[in-house]
Design a protein around this ligand. Structure first.
Ligand code: NAD
Length: 263
């Protein structure tokens, strides 16, 4: 019995599964799309930059689809779902990974615009896509992984990332609410909250201190290391797989950061 159980459960089985990954043109999203394809899924690579998406798509070995879309734009989000259904007829997994970081402080007066911009992508984009995918995920008993951040669990050193932290707190609560609502229909929703991961996110952030390097972030992690995008992709794929069929509404903090004053 146990041998049979292990045999059945020893592999992630994404054969013929249709997986939407937003923000797939770089970093964690790109690593996730490539991993799902390696695990035989059909990946839908969503992003704003077609040239970058094409480079990632070239590394996908299964049938896949590239959809140019900005998740903060309603028509473009609708198009993601339409193109996916036209091509594959179903949706099994949604990975809301697209995210930006914004910089702003109360006294500089730029926290409002930082808030509006970060919420439009990190929260509203994820909510909108979840709403449009929900019935299709119910039909396949699929699941959702939302990529949040350790910044949604503890405030990061330096107050300039407050709007970003708030967006991840909101995404966490939305995810747990979605897990509650959709569990009745057999759909799981989980959160992955990475600590520092070596991607371009900081380079992509307007107004950030360009002297900051990933080396600076090593010190805030318990293991003194910055994760690689592939490590986060592995966790996402595990949660999306049947191996995690009993897990919903959970927030996986990929790393614990040292809290100022406590360590
Ligand atoms: P990244 O900048 O390489 O990737 C983010 C991707 O999202 C990019 O491809 C970007 O073009 C895309 N994107 C941004 N706004 C979009 C929009 N409106 N519509 C469509 N696509 C959009 O950085 P990353 O680190 O791979 O970020 C992925 C996720 O991981 C983000 O949600 C981020 O908040 C989260 N995260 C990153 C870290 C880290 O240290 N790198 C830590 C914790 C959480």
């Amino acid at each position: 019995y146990y041998l049979q159980l292990y045999k059945n459960n020893s592999k992630m089985s994404f054969k013929n599964k249709v997986v939407i990954i937003t923000g797939a043109s770089s970093g964690i999203g790109a690593a996730t799309a490539i991993l799902f394809s390696k695990e035989k899924a059909n990946a839908i690579l969503v992003g704003r930059n077609e040239t970058k998406l094409a480079k990632v798509a070239a590394l996908c070995i299964t049938k896949h689809l590239v959809v140019k879309a900005d998740v903060s734009k309603e028509d473009e989000v609708k198009n993601i779902v339409k193109r996916t259904l036209d091509e594959f007829g179903k949706i099994d997994v949604l990975v809301n990974n697209a995210g930006i970081m914004t910089i702003g402080t109360i006294r500089e007066g730029n926290i409002l615009s930082a808030y509006d911009n970060v919420m439009a992508t990190n929260v509203r984009g994820a909510i909108h896509l979840t709403c449009l995918c929900a019935d299709h995920l119910i039909a396949t008993k699929g699941n959702i992984i939302n990529v949040s951040s350790i910044a949604g669990v503890v405030l990061q050193p330096g107050e300039k990332m407050l709007a970003y932290s708030m967006s991840k707190v909101a995404l966490n609560f939305f995810s747990q609410g979605a897990a509650l609502e959709l569990s009745k229909h057999g759909v799981r929703v989980n959160i992955v909250s990475p600590g520092p991961v070596a991607t371009d996110i900081i380079l992509n952030t307007a107004g950030v201190d360009t002297n900051i390097t990933w080396k600076d972030f090593e010190g805030i992690t318990l293991l003194n290391r910055v994760s690689e995008p592939e490590e986060i992709a592995e966790l996402i794929a595990y949660l999306a797989s049947d191996k995690a069929r009993g897990i919903t509404g959970s927030n996986f903090e990929a790393i614990l950061v040292k809290l100022k004053g406590l360590h």
